[in-house]
Design a protein around this ligand. Structure first.
Ligand code: GGG
Length: 351
């Protein structure tokens, strides 16, 4: 029997609440599908940072480099600066394991209440560049505490980095029916964004069957709200992709429902699956977090591991519970707890 070794990092806040029911669902699907999971649960988190001064052990990445996948809950807590928690855990994993594609599908599942008049038109995928761009270590601060204090942050865009993410997005657009939008801001950002545009245009020549266009990020954000049906695959830099995917998740009803896959497409390293939402300190500990984003991320992990039937079963069970409408967490206007929703999904899985 095939056994998949998964590094499980519940992390902080509601991450620790949405991951346990997700593991339960994964085990149920595995036993039905004739495979198994070994979960190696890791305490890498802000709590660990407080206790030891590090979000993860010094050899942490080496310990999980041989795993089949990583399942992560959420990272961040108010008593640890956000840049410390993010750069101490999530970003090293993405970079060391060459997870240069962050795939964020946004779809309005049946029964999801959302702010749009016609939510049925929302079915798109954001391909976020995940290891370079505006998230950079290059820069510094000077003259701290003086009136002329300054901070400089250097964005880094490489030909190889833009090329590979653009190619991934064009391939995906081709597979989904042939429409791609590239997010830019080359009117205001005069070096990196024209460079991004040039490379996307060059790569487009290899995909004559894909209709593509570029949009400035500000106009794109507005159009996404007004006419989401105009978009299919959107490729964006690290920061633009992060912002757009939260916006698009809100259009789909709640940021609690959105999944993400941090992919190493070459499969030289494990890929990481995580809900888009963060640790949500405002609701953490109340047992009311929506586990849908984590469950959907687990479905993406099953797909990645070559178990598309199990992924489809999990998505179908989620859709069944949403369509029924009686079990919804408060972010979707209901009163169900995290476990109520997860138990309903388990009950809707085929026996
Ligand atoms: N589950 C995802 C999570 O905890 N995200 C925290 C966060 O701030 N992420 C920023 C990013 O993805 O760049």
């Amino acid at each position: 029997m095939r056994t998949y070794r998964i590094a499980v990092i519940p992390g902080d806040g509601i991450g620790t609440e949405v991951i346990p029911p997700t593991l339960k669902a994964l085990d149920r699907l595995a036993s039905r599908g004739g495979f198994a999971f070994v979960h190696d649960e890791l305490d890498w988190s802000c709590a660990r940072y407080r206790a030891t001064g590090a979000m993860m052990p010094a050899d942490g990445l080496a310990r999980i480099a041989g795993h089949d996948a990583i399942l992560l809950g959420a990272v961040g807590w108010p008593d640890v600066p956000d840049h410390v928690s993010l750069w101490g855990l999530l970003i090293p994993i993405r970079r060391q394991f060459r997870q240069y594609v962050n795939l964020r599908p946004i779809k309005v599942l049946p029964g999801l209440p959302g702010p749009l008049r016609d939510p049925s038109t929302v079915d798109l995928v954001i391909v976020r560049e995940n290891v370079e761009g505006e998230y950079s270590e290059i820069g510094g601060r000077q003259n701290r505490g003086f009136p002329d204090e300054l901070a400089v942050q250097q964005a880094v865009f490489t030909r190889a980095g833009v090329t590979r993410v653009a190619d991934y997005a064009f391939e995906l657009a081709r597979a989904r029916g042939g429409r791609l939008t590239s997010a830019t801001k080359s009117n205001g950002i005069v070096h990196t964004m024209p460079f991004w545009d040039e490379i996307v245009r060059e790569r487009a020549a290899g995909f004559p069957d894909v209709t593509w266009r570029q949009e400035h990020i500000d106009a794109l954000a507005a159009k996404l709200v007004l006419r989401p049906g105009d978009f299919d695959v959107i490729v964006a830099s690290n920061l633009f992709g992060d912002i757009l995917s939260d916006l698009a998740a809100a259009l789909a009803g709640s940021i609690g429902v959105a999944p993400a896959a941090n992919l190493n497409p070459e499969r030289e390293f494990p890929s990481m699956f995580e809900p888009v939402h963060g640790s949500a300190p405002d609701i953490a500990g109340k047992g009311i977090a929506n586990p849908l984003g984590a469950l959907w991320s687990a479905a993406m992990m099953l797909d990645h591991l070559g178990r598309p039937e199990s992924a489809a079963e999990l998505l179908h069970a989620i859709e069944t519970v949403l369509a029924d409408g009686t079990t919804r967490t408060p972010d979707l206007g209901g009163t169900a707890s995290t476990d109520d929703f997860a138990d309903a999904v388990l009950a809707a899985l085929p026996r």
